[in-house]
Design a protein around this ligand. Structure first.
Ligand code: GTP
Ligand code: MG
Length: 203
């Protein structure tokens, strides 16, 4: 199998599923991107695939409302999933709860799911919803990587402090989780993320 970094360049949109039940067949491998609304999930996907607008990004939180799937190979057996963001206050409670249920179903039951990248804004890491997501992944036995995005927003000192803090908290919350700093804007941390994703699909 070619390196995932190479496959990413030929990523194409497959479908936008309004619910877990409407996802395409559960075969092959999938890597999901989860996280708080506006943390930068779609921007991270665009950076990985080197495409400006493969996944729709927005300065208005709550943009991604469906599970958006992208294929990395011709047959669609290697896929990326852009999950709807959580924790956006303006989405009404019923809708938030429904999405909580859909994401729970996805994380626990999607057999092709090889790992979950939980994208966080490095300035506000490990919110209550992020913690719930980590617990959910742990329950579902999914490998997790915490991606501390928007690292360009912090000085290198503050970044190092945050990394230390996150390391401590993860030791309790999700001992097997890995983490790294990233900037979808500046490409910082790209090679590290690519190599991690590659290990998920080749393991
Ligand atoms: N400075 C900076 N801004 C970023 C970075 N990544 C994303 N952004 C900005 O953050 C905002 C939200 O990015 P999205 O990628 O749309 O976030 P999302 O997590 O997909 O949001 P939802 O789809 O609403 O859940 C946009 O204005 C992006 O331009 C980054 O690394 N650095
Ligand atoms: Mg999005």
């Amino acid at each position: 199998m070619p390196n995932i970094a190479t496959l990413m360049k030929s990523a194409r949109f497959i479908t936008s599923a309004p619910a877990f039940a409407s996802l395409p067949r559960d075969e092959g491998m999938e890597i999901a991107f989860a996280g708080r609304s506006n943390a930068g999930k779609s921007s991270v996907l665009n950076r990985l695939t080197n495409r400006k607008e493969l996944a729709k990004t927005s300065s208005t939180p709550g943009k991604t409302r469906h599970i958006n799937l992208f294929a990395l190979n011709e047959t669609g057996t290697i896929r990326l999933a852009d999950l709807p963001g959580y924790g956006y206050a303006k989405v009404d409670v019923r809708e938030q709860r429904r999405w909580g249920d859909e994401i729970t179903a996805y994380i626990t039951a999607r057999e092709s799911l090889k790992g979950v990248v939980v994208v966080m804004d490095i300035r506000h890491p490990l919110t209550e919803n992020d913690r719930q997501m980590l617990v959910l992944c742990r329950t579902g036995g999914r490998p997790v990587h915490v991606l501390l995005n928007k690292s360009d927003k912090l000085t290198s000192n503050r970044r190092a402090q945050t990394m230390q803090q996150v390391k401590k908290e993860l030791a309790f919350l999700a001992p097997s989780a890995t983490f790294s700093a990233f900037s979808a804007l500046k490409k910082d941390g790209l090679a590290e993320l690519q190599s991690l994703l590659n290990s998920w699909v080749t393991s």
